[in-house]
Write a new protein. Sequence first.
Length: 312
Amino acid sequence: MAESSASACYGIDIGGTKIELVACDAALQVSWRKRIATPQGDYAGFLQAVETLAADADAALGQAAHAIGIALPGVRDRRSGRQLSANVPAITGQCVARDLQERLQRPLHFGNDLQCFALSEAHGGAADGYASMFGAILGTGAGGGYCVQGRLIGGFNGLAGEWGHWSVPANLLQRHGLPLLDCGCGLRGCVERYVSGSGVAMIERHLGGSAANASDVIALAEAGDARARQALDIHRDLLGHSFAALILALDPHVIVLGGGLSQYAPLYEQLPAAIAAHLFAGVQVPPIVPPRFGDAGGARGAALLACQPTFS
């Protein structure tokens, strides 16, 4: 049995394929962690999985955590309390916060999974010490979170950082001969459909290729495939424009990349020029840096919500 701590708290990151719990002390030192598969279509099974995961942590640590932070995907309708999610069908339309509160019976602190990634990187992560930061996830989808002086900015709807659902300008779609795509959020032409990892593969296929994912496109490009290189060039231009708009709107002191594309090293060399091409003279591009905590950032950020809720 692990040594107990009076200030133990848990962070739970709920994703489309896995649910991860980390147990931390007030200094965010991880003492225990566990991952399980996410029940996709069974809401009762989903609730039971989270409850069992917390119970497993309690048993391993010899005590119940005093608080739990939970990073949920999607958006919560603040009027109805229902969760809107694209990648966990089981929780879409459900009052997840209320139902988990009934089962876990301790203080819960909820955050968006993308925002929890940003919060984690703002505290001890790649953005530690910066006056403001934006954490941009480039994975299956695209989104992020915004922190100022280490504090997560949620906004009126809790949507601050949902840059993935800004629109790609028509002139850029026309420049690259790309179609206007529907988005799972109900809008059309969202940035997410083009700059995410899925977007890279979509662009390559639109050019006549057959890549299944961004990794395929990158491998083809590195092997000299002209179509894959063109797809990456188009993607970089679209991503550069979206980050330029982000800089004009929020002007963060640093941008931390997350998601699968954050592992593609050339992005960090190539993005500054691609962003600058869409900014007027005199505007400087902030540092673009990789994450310090990788795919563990969501759970760590959720734990931070619980351990130090004043940052939420």
